[in-house]
Design a protein around this ligand. Structure first.
Ligand code: GLA
Length: 390
């Protein structure tokens, strides 16, 4: 089926390859007024110092990232009248991130994001057991030593608005095998893109699935719900899940279901508190969307336009390009009026996540693309968030 979106995605392909290449090679922003500033973000409960870096591009777009969890804390974008608003959920300091209200806001999530059934997997004949921190499953890398809860080392880059975060997760941490060396780079370009690139190496075979867990409300974080936001997903298929949000292993078409976002739909349109679920296999709770979609990648390409999100009121638009095979669309179902930055509150469905990744529980589903990284290999992936207003 040739939708408007897939046509758009195909016409973007050439641009995309260039875009990704420039992400890797271009280091010069000469003539622009990009800048990076560093500040204190407070001490963790364990007494570790954290920092926050402010990246600013030539158009005045601002992104702030902290060493705690290599987390995106703020993102200030212009609306159609040029007015800036911070569009991501977060907290004013590290204490907020360590508090109960934090639902992975903006963090680098892993070692394996999303769920692993019952916290178990077998790799090369050996069974591994992980924390079941989302009863009965493992979620987003586990407990206190999950990479989203650790303080990363930051190195600002010269000549552009970019920061590189590094962290080594030792062999056995949170139950995962191998010393895993990770590098996450945030780059804010003068094309109003936020690029997030990941790299990792290991000394033992291990599953890896890194993502960013930013919660977006393009009307401004804390400005209400995202039910009016219009979403397009470049996905013909999704992975149905059981009652605990673990994939059954099927890869089903979205056609004829409430998960068909191949043309733009307002998010609230099909979840009017009756739940998303009308079709047997897309069932989840009545809370809203929490589904994993298989991204359509044009043949011969490795990168695709995965999602387009628009807030009709402010006119802000976000497009997400990625080399990852899947995207989790989560409609803020567990938000419950947490108090965040500047005293703003984040209501139920007050923000949404579009997390590029491999399918959940891939380590237990040989029919899904592999998430195993082996010694000698380098894990490399990039997701680009491109912002505009119309
Ligand atoms: C992901 C999951 C959700 C939820 C949030 C965090 O997006 O898919 O079910 O766990 O993270 O609260």
């Amino acid at each position: 089926m040739q939708t408007y979106f897939s046509t758009l995605a195909m016409s973007m392909v050439a641009t995309l390859s260039l875009l990704f290449m420039s992400a890797c090679h271009s280091n010069s922003n000469s003539g622009s007024s990009n800048s990076i500033k560093k500040a204190n973000f407070g001490k963790t409960k364990a007494g570790e110092a954290t920092e926050i870096y402010t990246l600013k591009n030539a158009n005045g777009v601002i992104a702030k990232v902290t060493t705690y969890g290599a987390t995106l804390v703020e993102l200030h974008l212009p609306d159609k009248a040029g007015k800036l608003a911070d569009v991501v959920n977060g907290f004013d300091n590290v204490a907020g991130y360590e508090g109960d209200g934090n639902q992975y806001f903006g963090c680098t999530t892993g070692r394996v994001c999303n769920r692993i059934a019952k916290g178990k997997f077998t790799l090369d004949g050996k069974e591994y057991t992980l924390a079941t921190n989302n009863d009965p499953n493992h979620l987003h890398g586990g407990g206190d030593k999950a990479i989203s809860k650790q303080v990363w080392k930051a190195t600002p880059m010269t000549g552009k608005a970019a920061v590189v975060f590094t962290l080594t997760s030792p062999d056995g941490e949170e139950g995962y095998p191998g010393n895993l060396n990770m590098k996450v780079t945030y780059t804010l370009t003068d094309e109003n893109e936020l690029r997030i690139s990941y790299e990792a190496t290991t000394d033992k075979a291990t599953p890896i699935n890194l993502t960013n867990h930013a919660y977006f409300n393009l009307g401004g974080a804390g400005s209400g719900t995202i039910l009016d936001h219009e979403l397009t997903l470049n996905a013909d298929h999704f992975t149905p899940v059981d009652d605990t949000l673990i994939p059954t292993g099927k890869i089903n078409p979205v056609a004829g279901t409430e998960l068909d976002f191949r043309t733009s739909h307002a998010i609230g349109e099909r979840i009017p508190d009756k739940g998303v679920a009308k079709t047997e296999d897309c069932k989840t709770s009545t809370l809203g969307y929490d589904h994993n979609f298989v991204i359509n990648v044009p043949s011969g390409e490795s990168v695709a336009l995965a999602a387009r999100l628009k807030d009709p009121k402010s006119g802000r638009v976000m497009e997400i390009y990625t080399d990852q095979p899947a995207i989790q669309f989560y409609s803020g179902n567990f938000l419950k009026n947490q108090t965040g930055k500047g005293g703003k509150t984040y209501p139920f469905r007050g923000a949404l996540c579009l997390e590029t990744q491999h399918n959940p529980d891939s380590v237990n589903h040989p029919n899904f693309p592999s998430t195993i990284l082996r010694p000698g290999e380098t894990y490399r992936t990039t997701t680009v968030h491109r912002f505009s207003a119309e």
